[in-house]
Design a protein around this ligand. Structure first.
Ligand code: SF4
Length: 384
């Protein structure tokens, strides 16, 4: 007779052709977690309770405390957040070291990667945290952000693998991470502050929707067009008129032999470049658009980020970018309420007041319809 399963409800989640996280959990041999998980389903209520602050000495962030109200099944299973390498490039040698260390001290269960970007290691007991952290430090990894701090950043592969990247996302990520390590390890802000870096307006890391400060590669001059390649696309069957029709600003025109672009109207959406990557390329004068205030959820709902600086050159040592981040964070730290993201603070104060405070001019790219909303209020002399 078949042995009775200890997790009959979880077993249901293993059925079907798709991968199952329960199967993966079972492979870790982390019986306490499975038993608690089963209990949660049986009781139809969570048994995870708030565990207060847990951490390792010298750090106030980077460990997410998880304790249960059923210590008879499982007492604690904290999460380690580890700062990932730029664009998630790991040498296999280091991945092996991470796995070995995590199997030694933790559950062996990993999440590559969390929504913020970090490497999330799930399930460690309180007494194992310090030796585990020490071993990670020896390998060369550090804890990431959590709570009201500058969170671990993330960036797309950028120029490492993409010829359309307009900025060196990896270098910017590395520089900002090293510059704000203190702010990542010691929460002191009203709430989280996420920075994400995308190499082009395709926005591979969803910076516009998922970060408080989005740095997105763009160009200031005109898209480069190879007319011969455009004609090849046309003879291969691509409907160029359709590509032009979907340009949001009607900046393109195709006369059957030549593609014309009104560069002043182009809003750098990448649609035409995505459709004809061999024929069209971003311009030569490259930099970044800086956006502010995006987030997936919050007290006023989800916000897409607002354009703050339409174009900024972002080259080492990134002084202009860092100065701007410093001003933004200082203003928000001074004016933000507890648990208020920077976008919500701006929403409460109005964009005009925010721009005056950080010393940025009001520019047309920040707004679609002027004078329609008091949120966007400027005196005539302030508009460039
Ligand atoms: Fe139009 Fe977008 Fe192409 Fe610019 S990038 S020309 S806005 S489709």
């Amino acid at each position: 007779m078949a042995e009775k399963s200890e997790t009959p409800i979880l077993d249901e989640l293993e059925k079907g052709p798709w991968p199952s996280h329960v199967t993966e959990l079972k492979k870790t041999g982390y019986k306490g977690l499975l038993a608690l998980y089963e209990q949660i389903y049986q009781d139809k209520m969570t048994h995870w309770a708030h565990g207060g602050m847990v951490g390792v000495p010298g750090y106030d962030a980077g460990v997410i405390g998880r304790v249960s109200d059923r210590p008879d099944i499982l007492k604690d299973a904290h999460t380690f957040r580890i700062i990932e390498p730029a664009a998630w490039f790991y040498k296999t040698e280091y991945l092996r070291k991470i796995c070995d260390t995590w199997e030694k001290y933790g559950s062996g269960l990993m999440n590559l990667h969390g929504a913020t970007g970090d490497l999330q290691l799930i399930g460690i007991k309180t007494e194992n945290m310090v030796p585990c952290f020490n071993e990670f430090a020896q390998i060369g990894f550090d804890l990431g952000g959590s709570a009201g701090d500058i969170r671990t950043m993330s960036c797309c592969v950028g120029p490492a693998r993409c010829e359309f990247s307009c900025i060196d996302t990896l270098a910017i990520y590395q520089e900002l991470t090293m510059s704000y390590l203190d702010e990542m390890h010691r929460p002191r802000f009203p709430y989280k502050f996420k920075i994400k870096i995308s190499g082009c307006p395709n926005d591979g890391v969803a910076a516009t929707a998922r970060s408080d400060l989005a740095i997105i590669g763009t160009w200031r001059d005109s898209i480069r067009i190879d007319q011969e390649e455009v004609r090849k696309y046309a003879s291969a069957g691509l409907n160029i008129n359709d590509v032009c029709a979907k340009c949001p600003t009607e900046a393109l025109e195709w006369n059957g032999t030549e593609l014309k672009l009104n560069a002043d109207d182009c809003v750098r959406c990448m649609h035409c470049i995505n459709k004809m990557p061999k024929a069209l390329r971003p311009g030569i004068d490259k930099g970044a658009t800086i956006l502010i205030g995006g987030r997936a959820r919050g007290r006023y709902g989800a916000f897409l980020a607002w354009v703050l600086v339409p174009f900024m050159k972002v080259n080492p040592p990134y002084t202009e970018l860092k100065d701007l981040i410093k001003k933004i964070v200082e203003w928000w730290d001074e004016n933000g309420r507890t648990k208020e993201r920077v976008g919500e603070t701006i929403y409460r104060f109005g964009m005009g007041r925010f721009l005056r405070a950080v010393g940025l001019p009001a520019v047309p790219q920040q707004i679609i319809r002027p004078r329609a909303n008091p949120f966007w209020f400027y005196w005539p002399g302030e508009v460039k």
